[in-house]
Each structure stands twice: as C-alpha cells, then as structure tokens.
Design a protein around this ligand. Structure first.
Ligand code: PHE
Length: 376
C-alpha cells in the first residue's frame, strides 16, 4: 500500500509549502473534504476483507490524523506570521519630537459662559437659546412693553428695514430687530414648553451704544424659574448661591433694591458688596463697611402675571422669577479687565494674556475658577 505513503508524503510537502491561509483552506478541502483524497481512502475500508481492514485501517487513520495535525500547525504558523507583519508595520516611533505647545486660547466670554452653565446645571437649570434676529412681539410686546411703552426707548434698538418681517414670514409679530436682551428667550421657552421651567439662556444681545463699558454687541445670561409657590426668597437664594460659586467666595453679600422692569413685578436690582484690595475693587464683604461699597450687578424680579398670560400660563397657578446679567461684566469683575471694547478687538496680545487653556474645563469638583492662564 505504498500509495498511502506517497499520498501522506505529498500532503506533508504541499501543506508546508502553502503560501497563505486561503491556499491552506483549499488544501484542507482537497484532502479531508467529502471528495478529498484522504476521505476517499477511508471509504475503501468498507470494501476490504476483515483481515485487510485490520491491517490497513490503522494506517489510513494515522494518515488522516497526521494530515489534520499538519494543517493545524501550518495554520498557526501562517497566522503568527501575519500578526508579526502587522506588529512590525504598526510601530510608533517614540523618538519623534513632541508636538509644539497648543496655540490659541479660550476667550474669557466663552470661559465665563462655561462656568455659568456648570454652576446652573448643578442647580438643575437647562440651557435654552433663541434667535439673535428677533421679532418685536418676543423682544417687547410679550414682555409687557406695548408699542407706546416708554421703556422701549431705553433699549437703543437696531431695527431691520420693514420688508424683513415679511421676508421671514413673521409679519404678524411686527418689525424684526436685533434682540436687545435675552429676555425674549423667557417668552419662547414658556410658549414652547409651558410650566414648570428652569432655564438659563446665554447669548449675544445688541444695543446702539458704545463707550468703555458699552459695546453695540455684548453678552447676557437670562435665568427663568416657573413653578408653583415660587417667591422672592427663591430668587435671592439662587442669586446668592450662583454668585458665591462664580466668584469663589463665601462672603458675597447681596443688597436687593426695588426697581422697575415692565416684565417683572416686583422688580429687584441686585447690588454686590465690594472691598478695596490694592487699589482694585474686589467683590466680597459687606458693602456698608468702611472703605467698602456696592456695585450694581443685575436686574431681576418676579415674572409679571401679564407676561405669564401672554405665554398662556395661569398666574393663579404658576409663579416665577427671572434675572438678567451681563456676561462680559461678570468676566471683567472676576478676571480684572477694565475696558470692555478690548473683548472684541481680536488683539492677539490681549487674547494670549486673558485667554484660557482649552484643557482648563470648568467643573464644580475642580473649581469653576480657571487656574491655567495661557500666559502668566
Ligand atoms: N432684560 C433686562 C435687561 O436687559 C434684565 C432683566 C432680566 C431684568 C430679567 C429682570 C428680569 O436690562
């Protein structure tokens, strides 16, 4: 039965020479598959005399085992070689020089907005937005400022030409304008989602005004809480908690003064006490103490029942408070810039000095005060 030996020797040779896994699989089928030569050999056992079967059976089975083992060994060798090749081609050259230090900086306004979002998220506030090109109804009328209201004159509004309202399909809502405050987001949020509400709305606002502390575009952040049984105490606690977290001082003292906004009743102007530290006014401490003072910081109040009605909310069921504060001003007070116009000049030297590292993400656990200024 030398053909068995020949077949086994040939199988050994071709298995060892199989160049890749696909060729090896073809060999396996040709040897051990249904019509494979080893299988065919096994089938001849049936036709043999019992004596022959006794002597040939073990030889043929031995060949099958030998071929099976050779196939498995070759397969393992081919796979190991493929892995070696991949490892060799995917090396990282650790001797390459490190990349240059990152360029660019986070603008203080962006940084402060991130800080505010982090603080208010912890108090359960979601972030809401609205359009900067707003209609008259959302910016004024629904905030209880009808067309003839004198408060409108205080806003130095940028209006669009008359055709704009028709073009945007908002003709019914009156003239289009650049929003003069973030308060229209109050209206949009209440109309869209009803009550209860707990949002902040940061964004750009526009007024025709320009000097060292006023720019035609600046940033505000609006806060709005609507729920059952909300009162001035909730407003005061919220502002106090927010300002203590933002300025990272426990001794922030607030003074609430009666004021007037058409959309809040009562309206409250909030002052913060400051003290003199090396010729600079730093927030903190009792403003009435000698050498201290008060700084007007933000406008707020209880949402007017008329505003709630404009938003289809029943003032007998729902109450709320709102506040609006200048983001640029918060940044100036916290990080010590004194000219607002520089915020928008795009001067690289200013940005490098006052900008923040992109890696310095404000978190409540690590602190919302930025540690890693780009430049000392
Ligand atoms: N929108 C007001 C402003 O821009 C601020 C404000 C917001 C006052 C919310 C009261 C309530 O001056």
């Amino acid at each position: 039965m030398s053909d068995i030996e020949t077949l086994a020797a040939e199988a050994d040779r071709s298995i060892a020479a199989a160049p890749d896994l696909a060729a090896l699989e073809a060999l396996r089928v040709a040897l051990l598959g249904k019509q494979g030569s080893v299988s065919v050999l096994l089938k001849t056992l049936g036709a043999m005399s019992p004596e022959m079967r006794q002597s040939e059976g073990p030889r043929i089975h031995a060949v099958r085992e030998r071929v099976t083992a050779a196939l498995a060994a070759r397969k393992a060798a081919l796979e190991a070689a493929a892995l070696d090749l991949r490892l060799a081609s995917e090396t990282i050259d650790l001797t390459l020089p490190a990349p240059e230090a990152p360029r660019g900086a986070i603008h203080p306004v962006s940084q402060v907005m991130d800080e505010l979002a982090e603080i208010f998220a912890d108090l359960g506030f979601a972030v809401a937005t609205g359009p900067e090109i707003e209609d008259d109804w959302h910016n004024f009328t629904a905030l209880n400022m009808p067309e003839t209201h004198p408060a409108r004159a205080m806003h130095d509004t940028f209006y669009f030409p008359d055709q704009m309202a028709q073009r945007t399909g908002e003709g019914d809502a009156g003239k289009m304008l650049l929003r003069t405050h973030t308060s229209p987001v109050q209206i949009r949020t209440m109309v869209a989602q009803g009550a209860p509400v707990r949002i902040i709305a940061p964004g750009r606002v526009y007024r025709s005004d320009s000097d060292a502390t006023h720019t035609p575009m600046f940033h505000q952040i609006e806060g709005l809480v609507i729920d059952r049984g909300i009162h001035l105490g909730h407003l005061k606690w919220t502002l106090e908690t927010f300002l203590k977290a933002f300025f990272e001082r426990d001794d922030i003292v607030l003074r609430l003064r009666p004021s007037y906004f058409p959309f809040t009743e009562p309206s409250v102007e909030v002052d913060v006490g400051w003290e003199n530290v090396g010729g600079r006014r730093v927030l903190g401490g009792d403003g009435d103490a000698p050498g201290h003072g008060w700084m007007e910081l933000l406008g707020s109040g209880m949402v007017s029942p008329r505003v709630l009605k404009f938003c289809n909310l029943d003032p007998n069921e729902w109450q709320g408070f709102a506040f609006g504060v200048g983001v640029d001003r918060l940044a100036m007070l916290k990080y010590g810039m004194d000219d607002l116009r520089a915020f928008f000049d795009g001067d690289l030297r200013w940005l490098r000095h006052y900008g923040f590292s992109a890696l310095d993400v404000p978190t409540l656990s690590a602190g919302v005060g930025a540690q890693n200024r780009m430049a000392p």
